[in-house]
Design a protein around this ligand. Structure first.
Ligand code: E4P
Length: 218
């Protein structure tokens, strides 16, 4: 199971990398907007993120264009920026066409803002390398995000679709562990969710007792 960090913040990426369990980074226009950089430095910022990554790790960087011609131009530009960049493209008709075009040119894409089974099928049919279903945002509106993940996995398995499921909008450790039970390829989450996976009260109590017992005796 691959772990991605959902951020554009270099310090957070470094912290996650230091844990030794990171497989890549995902960003989106909202996340990049949180960084203290001017517009003309965004591309350099993506390069800085890529420079932190090792072999087999990648960065999903999202386009902001909304029509086919601009989407493919922006996608090609992003992909030329660094070999680790996967072009993140929003689900829409032009987006599907752009994914198809870029996939044919062997440019990896991540179809984002996916909220339904139908959208996930289209993402796979267009040849997207990743599909990003948004678990937490579905939960937010009282839909079951994990149930969508389960359904996409069944359908992709049924048809041997090659698109990798990258569960996004992950809000808590249970989202990650449930995705693991379903057999999802990857999850992307903020650093605090990854950190929370480490925690269990019985681990802390157990460690305290081990150390106390040892100190009492020696
Ligand atoms: C990543 O691909 C998505 O853009 C991200 O996970 C969305 O997360 P959010 O719903 O917490 O904003």
């Amino acid at each position: 199971m691959k772990f991605f960090i959902d951020t554009a913040n270099l310090e957070e990426i470094k912290k996650a990398k230091a844990l030794g369990i990171l497989d890549g980074v995902t960003t989106n226009p909202s996340l990049i907007s949180k960084e203290s950089i001017d517009k003309e430095w965004i591309m350099d910022h993506y390069i800085s993120i890529c420079d932190l990554l090792e072999d087999e790790e990648d960065l999903s960087a999202e386009i902001i264009s909304t029509n086919y011609v601009d989407m493919i131009q922006e996608g090609e530009k992003l992909s030329l920026l660094h070999p680790k960049i996967v072009v993140k493209i929003p689900m829409c008709e032009d987006g599907i066409k752009a994914i198809k075009f870029l996939s044919k040119k062997n440019i990896k894409t991540n179809c984002t803002l996916v909220f339904s089974i139908g959208q996930a099928i289209l993402a796979a049919k267009s040849g997207s390398y990743y599909v990003s279903p948004f678990v937490g945002r579905l939960d937010d509106i009282s839909h079951n995000g994990l149930s969508l993940i389960k359904d996409i996995k069944i359908i992709y398995d049924n048809y041997h679709f090659k698109t990798n499921i990258l569960a996004a909008s992950i809000r808590h450790p249970l989202h990650i562990t449930e995705c693991a039970k379903i057999g999802i390829h990857a999850v992307t989450s903020p650093l605090n969710v990854i950190s929370n996976l480490v925690q269990h009260p019985l681990t802390n109590i157990g460690l305290d007792k081990f150390l106390k017992d040892y100190k009492n005796k020696f």
